[in-house]
Design a protein around this ligand. Structure first.
Ligand code: FES
Ligand code: FES
Length: 166
């Protein structure tokens, strides 16, 4: 099959590659760029484990062809920590508030929460729950995921967090 040239910025780095037109963005990220943080958790576009940030939107990368991402700016979980390894407030929140168990959903959950906090810096608990409703977690029961996002929002806003993890 004829391949198409794509170029995009992934985690701040310019990337160019030849891809088959049928290649999904999730497979491009995982197989061609070796960015394996985004996961494939379903084949029905339901789970959100493949969520990345694409041009300022949360996107399920299993629903996008790599060629459709041509020219775009993408962030994955590998681009969340600082260059010196300092965790992003969301990563810290998931660690501090026990927001994960098996961790399979976590990269997608963090990328979705990242965009949620860009759009709404101080979301209510209900807004967080609605905001992450496209991302499924089989393990945690969501309670501590919500607290992890609240932790990050508080930290990013410079206000104290009242509640500890259960
Ligand atoms: S892999 Fe499940 S929504 Fe993309
Ligand atoms: S921590 Fe296991 S699926 Fe969410």
């Amino acid at each position: 099959m004829a391949k198409s040239q794509v170029s995009m910025t992934v985690n701040g780095k310019a990337v160019e590659a030849l891809v088959e037109p049928r290649m999904l963005l999730i497979h491009f990220l995982r197989e061609q760029l070796s960015l394996t943080g985004a996961h494939v958790g379903c084949d029905t576009s339901h789970c959100g484990a493949c969520t990345v940030d694409l041009d300022g939107k949360s996107v399920k990368s299993c629903t996008v062809f790599a060629v459709q991402a041509n020219g775009s700016e993408i962030r994955t979980i590998e681009g969340m920590a600082g260059a010196d390894g300092t965790l992003h407030a969301l990563q810290e929140g998931f660690r501090e508030m026990h927001g994960l168990q098996c961790g399979f959903c976590t990269p997608g959950m963090i990328l979705r929460a990242y965009r949620l906090l860009q759009e709404n810096a101080s979301p209510s608990e209900e807004e967080i729950r609605i905001g992450i409703s496209g991302n499924l977690c089989r393990c945690t029961g969501y309670q501590n995921i919500v607290k992890a996002i609240q932790f990050a929002a508080a930290k990013l806003n410079g206000v104290p967090l009242q509640e500890a993890a259960e």
